[in-house]
Design a protein around this ligand. Structure first.
Ligand SMILES: *Cc1c(COP(=O)(O)O)cnc(C)c1O
Ligand SMILES: [Zn+2]
Length: 407
């Protein structure tokens, strides 16, 4: 049973039934799921969660769908790893990596798509669709396959091969568009008005977004039922950033964890940093940009949750960091070489952003810090292939000694 009671406009507060809607008819504000927290507090407990499955569905009381019928690829409950080597390099004694790259389609997007596809089935949609910066494509295609739904995947034509093939393999119709993600999204918004399809991040968006809360719940549970002092999060639309914070606050309100003092830090790459630029300029209006970044999974020039992300930064006393383009690959290398985790470009943005935060004194050595690694490096090989050069030799000891040992 789900405890979602309504949808509510984040701007004017008007309420709607829990239908496939995403904008307010009166003010065009975005809609958000409302829960009956009193009913939730009567059932939820640490014990109930601990007895749940070792997936994100252990938190089903706080998700807006019936978890017993979830489209479930066993997403979530990913490792929270202590990162002593990277911590030593950066000057942090309690650094953790939340490794969400190990989800079924190798990114955190499985969390949001698992919720959105479950909701789409509840509404009896036959077709699942999305506008994707890359990782969403593979996740939507996989969940549609699992659920027996038809899938349409819309992507910018310049995506990395690993993401295109990693989506196409599940058998969806993949449509590559000559344009940026923002063009893709605009087209999909039109199509969502025309075709009876569940676009996970358009008409399903209020439900979709809730899936990211589990990234907050899990980290709090894995830290022994407490929120960390700092979170470092990569942002595109800004949705995940706001929902990790919402997850901590819900746990606090339900008295599952003590009072939350987490500082939420957002990182974006210089070639597409509209939210971080607004933060630095001290304004609340996010000015859209034209993305030109190696971090393609974060390349949203007109972020839907930009304004709400700035509010999360303010409420949590966090900040936003812009990572120069040339430091994205450096961040990928740092994490791989110190902790044995190969992340995609978004993870490079996180690690280089974390380094900058420590250098400017925003994070102290003894504070518990969690860096969110949201995608797998095998999907963005193009970004790093120029940095690695294997040695080729003849199959002889002489060649090995000459070319390798004496080189
Ligand atoms: C989509 C994505 C993000 C950002 O998600 P938003 O909720 O749109 O900010 C971060 N990391 C990776 C790897 C992604 O694919
Ligand atoms: Zn409204």
């Amino acid at each position: 049973m789900a405890f979602a009671s309504a949808l509510k406009c984040r701007e004017c507060g008007r309420e709607y039934p829990t239908d496939p809607l995403n904008v307010c008819e009166f003010c065009f504000g975005p809609l958000e799921v409302v829960y009956d927290y009193e009913a939730i507090s009567r059932v939820v407990s640490r014990e109930r969660i601990l007895n749940g499955p070792l997936t994100m569905w252990r938190y089903q009381d706080l998700l807006p769908v019936d978890g017993d019928n979830a489209v479930d690829l066993q997403t979530g409950f990913t490792p929270l790893m202590k990162a002593p080597n990277l911590g030593r390099m950066l000057g942090l004694d309690h650094l953790y990596i939340k490794n969400d790259a190990v989800n079924p389609t190798n990114s955190f997007k499985d969390r949001v798509v698992s919720v959105a596809s479950t909701k789409a089935l509840e509404y009896e949609f036959k077709t699942l669709a999305c506008a994707s910066t890359g990782n969403l494509a593979g996740s939507v295609a996989a969940h549609a396959a699992r659920a027996g739904m038809t899938a349409y995947i819309f992507i910018p034509a310049d995506l990395e091969k690993g993401k295109v093939i990693g989506a196409a393999i599940y058998g969806p119709t993949v449509v590559a568009i000559n344009g940026s993600y923002d063009d893709v999204n605009r087209l999909c918004s039109e199509l969502a008005d025309t075709y009876p399809w569940a676009f996970v991040n358009i008409n399903m968006r209020p439900y979709y977004a809730e899936g990211s809360k589990t990234l907050g719940y899990e980290v709090a549970e894995q830290l022994g039922w407490q929120a960390p002092a700092h979170c470092i999060v990569p942002s595109a639309s800004g949705s995940m950033f706001t929902k990790i914070w919402k997850g901590f606050k819900e746990f606090e309100d339900l008295e599952l964890i003590p009072k939350v003092h987490t500082h939420m830090h957002m990182t974006q790459a210089a070639g597409c940093a509209p939210i971080a630029e607004a933060y630095e300029a001290g304004v609340t209006r996010v000015r859209p940009v034209k993305p030109d970044t190696v971090a393609k999974s974060l390349a949203i020039g007109n972020p839907a949750d930009g304004y709400y992300s700035l509010k999360t930064i303010q409420e949590s006393d966090g900040d936003a960091t812009i990572v120069p383009e040339e430091e994205v690959v450096t961040g990928i290398q740092m994490l791989a070489e110190t902790e044995g985790i190969f992340t995609e470009t978004a993870g490079g943005v996180v690690i280089s952003g974390l380094k900058r935060l420590v250098e400017r004194g925003a994070i102290k050595r003894d504070e518990v810090t969690v860096a969110y690694i949201t995608g797998n490096g095998l999907k963005t090989l193009e970004a790093v292939e120029h940095t690695v050069k294997p040695v080729t030799i003849d199959p002889t000891t002489a060649s090995f000694e000459a070319e390798v040992l004496s080189a």
